[in-house]
Ligand binder design. Structure first.
Ligand code: ADP
Length: 482
């Protein structure tokens, strides 16, 4: 290819500007690695109310860009900035739909409602970003869509922009980061967005009354990928297919799995400013100072030896927090959990922490600094997920010399083997108890083995260099170039 490959990369999140979970991490780091491979990649993101405009070097590109909806013309502004600490260009779509503090809201689409629900706002975003690309004359070879929020781009390419030469040659990749979150809307959304209800992929989807944007992504893109090889196989099964296994089966040949990386520069115990004492592979003993500091912060007496088990997670059904039983809390360890999510999971954990104040500390909220302090302070890191497309926390933990204890599912299977951590298969309390107990036995009784586990974990290459090359292969496959 003579010219640089151009990739329009989009999602609802991009760290550090907008992050709820792993999607934000991926979008904030994979494009940087693609850039290093010589690709002209640019991110398109809504300008959320939670983004601190004053901290960004924002350049206004255009005001009053018009998108037609059933409710009349909507105008948006387009801004340009760079992802903090990088040269990666980010275009921000500025419209009142995104002015709220939250990235996601939970209300459903109701035609004529005053408020704006997620599906409506992301459908609007999906159209606006294509209009923005045209306006700045960024003609991509590839549009790389991440998760259902931006899947409507595929529909717009086949309706509103069908006869538009600008996008005529574009190829599309749709990456599933979490099949469980599907964005299902009432058919009114089609009218609102001025999409064509007779488009085969929409018509088929509407047959059961609703439109599912995860389905639009899976059926509408030229290629489909997901974030680990194991998850790419699991989602074809009834157990892990989230009701879409038959739809996915239709794309079996076009479906692949690429294990995520992590931002190894941003997550580095040798340079992390959030932690008490920085350390590296050679000074892993520095973890103890971090443990003592966190114990103090959580109101516990200092105890350098007593094992500390860390958890940093969205507190949702997927993450398996119900497996934490009284029996587990009686093991010789303390537990610290940082998370936010569903009320029922938060309430249960808060109640458990009240019952075991010396053993369990629960902090409800999203707190980047505390998360890093937990990764650095903990001896073990627990990820007992029901399913896990890839999972980043186990990799971040290993980077910080913290030994993972995980359920053998999805990307957890692909990233944690016996050389670096502990895993259990069956989703039940007994299996977790046994696994954690054997990990604790190793921690207390086999110091040499423990050090080796820590160091092997720290030495793993979790950088984005390898996955970025695999994505480049997919892009080339799409463009039929070698
Ligand atoms: P998921 O994408 O399902 O949320 P991942 O393991 O892929 O799970 O990614 C989670 C990311 O979000 C990690 O970077 C983790 O540190 C971060 N994270 C999750 N919950 C919190 C929280 N309450 N506070 C700070 N960071 C969090």
């Amino acid at each position: 290819m003579k010219n640089k490959l151009k990739v329009l990369f989009t999602a609802a999140e991009a760290a550090p500007l907008a992050k709820v979970g792993g999607l934000g991490d991926v979008v904030g780091s994979l494009p940087k690695a693609l850039l290093r491979l010589g690709i002209d990649v640019r991110i398109f993101l809504p300008l959320y109310g939670s983004i601190d405009r004053k901290k960004l070097d924002l350049k206004l590109i255009s005001k009053n860009i018009i998108i037609e909806t059933s409710a009349g013309n909507e105008k948006f502004s387009l801004w340009q900035t760079r992802l903090p600490h990088s040269r990666l260009i980010v275009y921000l779509i500025d419209h009142r739909f995104f002015s709220g503090k939250e990235i996601y809201r939970k209300n459903k689409f109701v035609e004529g409602s005053v408020g704006i629900d997620d599906i409506k706002k992301f459908t609007f975003f999906s159209c606006a970003l294509l209009e923005a690309a045209k306006l700045i004359n960024f003609q991509p070879n590839i549009i790389h869509l991440n998760d259902c929020h931006v899947a409507a781009v595929l529909d717009f390419l086949k309706t509103t922009y069908l006869r538009d030469n600008f996008f005529k040659k574009v190829k599309t990749l749709y990456t599933i980061h979490n099949l469980a979150s599907q964005n299902v809307a009432k058919p009114e959304i089609i009218g609102f967005s001025k999409l064509d209800p007779d488009l085969p992929v929409i018509k088929a989807d509407l047959a059961d009354g609703d439109i599912n944007f995860m389905v639009q992504g899976i059926l509408g893109a030229d290629l489909v990928s997901t974030v680990s090889p194991t998850y790419s196989r699991e989602i074809l099964t009834h157990y892990q297919g989230a009701g879409l296994e038959k739809i996915l089966e239709k794309r079996r040949k076009d479906l692949s799995g690429i294990t995520n990386g992590i931002d190894t520069a941003a997550y580095d115990p040798a340079t992390d400013r959030a932690i008490k004492k920085r350390y590296s592979l050679k000074t892993v003993g520095g973890k103890t100072a971090n443990k003592l500091s966190l114990q103090k912060k959580l109101g516990w007496p200092a105890d350098p030896k007593l094992a500390l088990v860390g958890v940093v997670t969205r507190l949702v059904w997927q993450k398996g927090m119900e497996l934490l039983s009284d029996r587990i809390l009686k093991l010789p360890a303390r537990f610290v959990i940082l998370g936010t999510g569903s009320q029922d999971v938060e309430d249960r954990l808060t109640a458990l922490a009240k019952a075991y104040p010396d053993k369990l500390a629960v902090r409800i909220g999203f707190d980047e600094k505390l998360a890093r302090q937990i990764y650095a302070a903990a001896d073990l890191f627990l990820v007992p997920s029901r399913f896990e497309p890839c999972g980043l926390t186990q990799m971040i933990a290993m980077r910080y010399g913290t030994v993972p204890v995980v359920r053998k599912t999805g990307g957890l299977s692909d990233t944690v083997d016996p050389a670096v951590g502990f895993a259990f298969k069956k989703y039940d309390r007994e299996a977790l108890f046994k696994c954690l107990k054997s990990a604790l036995d190793a921690y207390y009784n086999e110091p040499v083995r423990w050090k080796k586990l820590q160091k092997t974990g720290m030495k793993q290459d979790f950088s984005w260099d390898r996955p970025a090359k695999e994505y480049l292969k997919l892009y080339k496959k799409l463009l039929k170039i070698s």
